[in-house]
Ligand binder design. Structure first.
Ligand code: HDD
Length: 699
């Protein structure tokens, strides 16, 4: 069965791939037919197994070697295929072909958490990786970024120290996928360049609602070179169409247990449902005047970002993810990114973190993917023709022709020839940048010594609710440190960022407040706050909670929500179908509030099951006066309320439900509307993500 192109951008452009599983009958890996894979070959029914059973030995041998080493960081991830369409407005900036007018380029994206191992939970408080592989006509371009624009360290030589501190403690391997432990805080409170990134990590950005609702950043300053050879410095940004939204901390913890696959499920389901995730790629542009500095910000310091108010993001094109991976291992696990996979027109700078990355990503694939030929794995294959003159090695799939893989040669007619580049055109990584020929030294520029002002800028740019979340995160994380000196040292660091924040965290931890420091004038970048804007609601999940009697209303609400691009899920006491063969998606047993962005209550709901009876024994009977609502439905509604989610009730019995579960029926984000107005109300309330006015800090 040949691999059919599945997307318009694949037409004739699918990279050469090894065949899939292409026989209709089961075979050995040598292609011989297998007629029984359930019984090993034995001497008689009960006899010993025969060594000659090749199928048994081959099957077990292959199984024994199915696992490969997980990534040392970013081990847990989820991927998707898609395409990037250029707006064609970057010609002054870069000669990169895929950014020319009318170009559409296939992409593969992998999102990840950093610290947890491959089986950890999606919703851990952590930085998220956002790595994009562009299969351009000029070779692979990998944009290997994160969902935060700054990094922990300024020099790649510190990366092993950082990762050793962030990973679980080496003695007991606890805790998994978390920064709330002594070694992490020990390191970041001593190595204070990390403080700016840690501030982002303690903010809502570290617990995204969805991969679809994250920004992405190239972090480093890159270089773009146009057809005339003119260089500009740029910082890459991905802007999600749905806006930037986060979970609240309790949701993130609940999801860790109730649905460890929360983000990968959300991504896959949205693509399946046609709510295709979309981002705009843009760049902040800086003149390459030789200083690598902009408005006093050192552009080579990866712990610094440039506020958008100072350098607006110029859009370059749009990325849409439209296809889930066909196979997790073959694609999401084996994809190999590298910040040095660049195309002509995009180049690097001297950022010392980026320079070390250029070594690390090639090197790690040798261990992870088992040899130097990983570029031949289908998901890694460039779409551009390849002739690298590399030969042999483990897992070699190419069958190169010719006898002279060396240069110069005459026996292969001098092939391959060197690329003939026009004037000003250079291969990536070869921009003739003037180098300041200093002397060899291990040192850093004075401009790298400011470790706090941008943490302060970020913190002060957040709304009151977001700042309260930051304070709670520091308190939670440091509360999990057993070493009091580590806690105190980190609180002392906070005093260099904001006096109130330091005092609040110290008070909550029962530590002395650090002495107030002289802090600079407050600066703000309003673009950094997630709150106060409104966004499209495509693919947002709405739990429609109902008793089995109200089918007409439920069906009308369900189709109105779907028509508006939201994803309704029916939740009732028992599973099965309602009128028209529509399936109930969740029961009170399988539903948890974290799955829904909003609830629609179509009351009345069943009463509490009899304490003596099995949980759902009476669940089909509608609640009457004096009965309590089933506690599982009560929990669902209470959690949604506590997490500031929209709750929509129909007039009459359903609005009485809120009182029945101990909640007010008049509050921000709670609306009581007729069936015909439910979808409008949901879209309006959800466009701001949550009713933040209900959050305690906002009251
Ligand atoms: Fe890294 C993986 C992003 C600094 C060494 N990194 C990795 C991935 C992302 C990033 C998104 C996962 C790629 C995938 O999905 O396969 N890394 C970053 C960013 C950094 C950064 C945005 C700073 C701006 N990384 C960094 C440094 C080093 C590494 C300084 C080492 C000197 N990173 C690696 C690695 C990984 C990796 C060990 C693990 C698996 C892999 O590369 O393929 O080589």
């Amino acid at each position: 069965m040949a691999n059919e192109p599945k997307h318009p951008t694949d037409q004739g452009q699918q990279p050469e791939s090894v065949p899939g599983q292409d026989s209709d009958i089961l075979t050995t890996s040598q292609g011989a037919p297998v007629s029984d894979t359930d019984h090993s070959l034995k001497t008689g029914e009960r006899g010993p197994t025969l060594l000659q059973d090749h199928h048994l030995r081959e099957k077990i041998m292959h199984f024994d070697h199915e696992r490969i080493p997980e990534r040392v960081v970013h081990a847990r991830g989820a991927g998707a295929h898609g395409f990037f369409t250029s707006y064609g407005n970057a010609e002054e900036l870069t000669r990169a072909d895929f950014l020319k007018p009318g170009r559409t380029t296939r992409v593969f994206v992998r999102f990840s958490t950093v610290v947890g191992s491959r089986g950890s939970m999606d919703t851990a408080r952590d930085t998220r990786g956002f790595a994009t592989k562009f299969y351009t006509d000029e070779g692979i371009f990998d944009l290997v970024g994160n969902n935060m624009p700054v990094f922990f360290i300024q020099d790649g030589i510190k990366f092993p120290d950082l990762v050793h501190a962030a990973k679980p403690h080496p003695d007991r391997e606890i805790p998994q996928a978390q920064s709330a432990h002594d070694t992490f805080w020990d390191f970041v409170s001593l190595h204070t360049p990390a403080q700016a990134h840690v501030m982002w990590q303690m903010s809502d950005r570290a617990i995204p609602r969805s991969y679809r609702m994250m920004e992405g950043f190239g972090v480093h300053t890159f270089r773009m070179v146009n057809a005339l050879g003119r260089s500009s410095l740029v910082k890459f940004h991905w802007k999600p169409k749905l806006g930037v939204h986060s979970l609240v901390w309790e949701e993130s913890q609940l999801a860790g247990g109730a649905d460890a696959d929360f983000h990968r499920r959300d991504l896959a389901e949205a693509i399946d449902a046609g709510a295709l995730p979309e981002w705009e790629l843009g760049v902040q542009i800086f003149e390459d005047d030789g200083t690598s500095s902009f408005e006093g910000i050192d552009l080579l310091d990866p712990t610094k970002f440039v506020p958008e108010e100072l350098a607006p993001v110029q859009p370059l094109g749009k990325m849409v993810l439209d296809r889930n991976p066909e196979n997790y291992f073959a694609q999401t696990e084996q994809v190999a990114f590298h910040p040095g996979h660049l195309v002509p027109g995009i180049d690097i700078t001297d950022d010392p973190l980026l320079q070390a990355r250029l070594f690390s990503y090639l090197d790690t694939q040798l261990t992870r993917l088992g040899g130097p030929n990983f570029a031949q794995i289908p998901v890694n294959q460039p779409q551009a023709p390849v002739n690298d003159m590399f030969r042999d090695g483990l897992h070699q799939h190419r069958v190169p022709e010719g006898i002279a893989p060396y240069k110069p040669n005459s026996l292969d007619g001098g092939c391959p020839y060197m690329a003939q580049l026009g004037s000003g055109q250079l291969p990536p990584l070869e921009f003739p940048q003037p180098i300041d020929a200093g002397r060899k030294e291990r040192s850093e520029p004075a401009s790298f010594s400011d470790h706090y002002s941008q943490a302060r800028l970020f913190y002060l740019s957040l709304s009151g609710v977001e700042r309260a979340h930051v304070q709670q995160s520091y308190t939670f994380e440091l509360g999990k440190c057993t070493d009091v000196q580590v806690r105190q040292r980190q609180v002392d660091c906070l005093a260099n960022i904001d006096t109130g924040l330091a005092a609040g965290v110290a008070r909550a931890l029962g530590l002395p407040a650090p002495a107030a420091q002289e802090l600079g004038e407050p600066e703000r970048s309003p673009a950094l706050s997630q709150i106060g804007k409104s966004w499209p609601v495509d693919g947002r999940k709405i739990g429609v909670v109902f008793d089995r009697e109200n089918h007409d209303d439920v069906l009308a609400i369900r189709s109105a929500l779907s028509e508006r691009g939201m994803a309704p899920m029916l939740v009732s006491a028992r599973g099965g179908e309602i009128a028209g063969g529509v399936a109930i998606d969740r029961t009170y047993l399988t539903a948890r509030s974290i799955e829904f962005d909003a609830l629609v209550l179509v009351g009345p709901l069943p009463p509490a099951p009899d304490a003596e009876a099995p949980l759902d024994a009476k669940a089909g009977d509608a609640a009457s006066d004096g009965d309590l609502v089933d506690p599982r439905a009560g929990l669902l509604i209470n959690e949604a309320y506590r997490h500031c989610k929209a709750i929509i009730c129909l007039p009459g019995e359903s609005s009485g439900l809120l009182r029945a579960v101990g909640l007010p029926d008049e509050a921000p984000g709670v609306s009581v509307v007729e069936v015909s107005a439910v979808a409008d109300s949901a879209a309006r309330l959800l466009s701001t993500h949550r009713a933040w006015e209900r959050f305690p800090a906002a009251r």
